[in-house]
Design a protein around this ligand. Structure first.
Ligand SMILES: NC(=O)c1ccc[n+]([C@@H]2O[C@H](COP(=O)([O-])OP(=O)(O)OC[C@H]3O[C@@H](n4cnc5c(N)ncnc54)[C@H](O)[C@@H]3O)[C@@H](O)[C@H]2O)c1
Length: 315
């Protein structure tokens, strides 16, 4: 499909990220968000993202001036070829919004939701032409991280999923087609498991938030950026590979290392997490931390691309 105009519904953390990515890819973008002051916030977010987008490469004609913030859902989607909803994660809200969006959209527009794990069969239940409605679940910051999980609901057509995958790839993303419609999809199930364990570690006084972040960023985090868990563990098995690894570490899986059921979010636990992360941010603003994060991500992406080229690895 040929996408010229991209519509963003909701312009918070994720919606702003989509707007920045779409503008960087040289598209015309319309956006709508009901919050007072949303336009100023959105434009500030895009401006903060722009240096990183310049570094990873803007498409010809890409410009922040090609963003138009409009006053209604209908004005936002009327001429759009691809619509991305990034409204709050509440099923009732998405259900009502998509009924409205799908009535106002061109009949052949693709409609996608950024939901982190709600089921498309549920929140597209009242959409007109639900066959063109998909999930495109991105990762923050949307304008730099390539992954987007794509799946449909019971009524979504295979053509719509293919079209969404093609579009996301055309704006520099790495679409992952999720085979089954399950809550949390693939990536958030993994992240949620780690997050639950991290909260238990804080709650039990085993480690501070900073220590847990160190345990991730100086170890597995570096490996994860170019090899996932399965390939990493294949190497952990030495020359004998994965079968040996499974045999060697299989018994540890039976040990009670992990808790997985989420801890109760008591006031005490919330205070500990907030106090710990305040010490970590150490007075730096969120915007400054976002620029630091973006710089690091762009460096990692460049470094991995160079290493892949040296080793002839393409995937
Ligand atoms: N934050 C993340 O890391 C992340 C990652 C992937 C996906 N998501 C998903 O993206 C979506 C948006 O999350 P977020 O983190 O950007 O939230 P957010 O709170 O930062 O932004 C939500 C925006 O939606 C606006 N809004 C409120 N009511 C609306 C409506 N009826 N229609 C349209 N917009 C409305 C709000 O004014 C706000 O600007 C959620 O579905 C979430 O699950 C979030």
């Amino acid at each position: 499909m040929q996408v010229k105009q991209f519509a963003a519904l909701g312009a918070g953390v994720i919606g702003s990220g989509w707007v920045a990515r779409a503008l960087g890819a040289g598209l015309d973008v319309t956006a709508w968000d009901p919050a007072p002051g949303a336009e100023a916030q959105l434009r500030a977010n895009v401006a903060n993202a722009w240096p990183a987008l310049e570094r990873v490469g803007l498409a010809k004609g890409a410009s922040q001036d090609r963003l138009r913030v409009v006053a209604s859902v209908e004005a936002c989607v009327a001429d759009a070829d691809f619509i991305q909803e990034s409204a709050p994660e509440r099923e009732e809200l998405k259900l009502a919004l998509h009924e409205r969006v799908s009535r106002a959209a061109k009949p052949d527009a693709i409609i996608a939701s950024s939901t982190s794990g709600l089921l498309p069969s549920d929140f597209y239940a009242r959409a007109v032409n639900p066959q063109r409605c998909v999930v495109g679940h991105p990762f923050n910051p949307v304008y730099l991280l390539p992954l987007v999980e794509v799946l449909g609901g019971e009524q979504t057509s295979g053509e719509a999923i293919d079209a969404a995958i093609g579009f996301y790839a055309s704006i520099g993303m790495r679409p992952l087609r999720v085979r089954k419609e399950v809550p949390g999809f693939v990536a958030d199930r993994l992240l949620e498991a780690l997050w639950r364990e991290a909260l238990h570690l804080v709650n039990d006084g085993v480690a501070t938030t900073g220590e847990i972040d160190d345990a991730i960023r100086y170890g597995a985090g570096i490996r994860w950026s170019f090899m996932g868990s399965f390939l990493t563990y294949t190497l952990a098995g030495g020359e004998a590979g994965m079968r040996h690894f499974m045999q060697q570490f299989g018994p540890a899986l039976e040990l009670p290392w992990t808790k997985l059921v989420a801890p109760k979010l008591t006031d005490g636990l919330i205070d500990r997490v907030v106090d710990g992360t305040s010490r970590q941010t150490n007075g730096r603003s969120i915007k400054a931390l976002e620029r630091y994060r973006d710089d690091c991500i762009a460096s990692v992406i460049e470094a991995i691309a160079q290493a892949k080229a040296r080793h002839g690895i393409e995937d």
